[in-house]
Write a protein of this length. Structure first.
Length: 91
């Protein structure tokens, strides 16, 4: 059973307007790599040149921020849901 990745509206132009994309990955990092292979250009919007998740991007695994888990090494299991959420600034 694959995992689901929820794509935020600003990135859907890269995923042919798909809101949810299914992947088969062992870790969050592998899920990002799979997204990149299917939707070129998406990875650079999620991670910086050092390979770290960008500061203004939040990635959640089943509603838990991966920064408080194992970051991109966070393991995935069948049926997990990964949500990509752009940070919103304002005042």
């Amino acid at each position: 059973m694959p995992q689901k990745v929820r794509i935020p509206t600003p990135l859907r132009k890269l995923t042919n307007n798909e809101e949810v994309v299914e992947v088969n990955a062992v870790t969050v990092g592998e899920a990002i790599t799979e997204l990149q292979s299917r939707f070129p250009g998406i990875q650079e919007r999620l991670v910086d040149e050092k390979g770290e998740v960008r500061r203004f991007v939040n990635i959640y695994l089943n509603e838990e921020d991966i920064r408080f888990l194992e970051n991109q090494k966070t393991p995935l299991k069948d049926g997990d849901e990964v949500s990509i959420i752009p940070a919103i600034a304002g005042g």
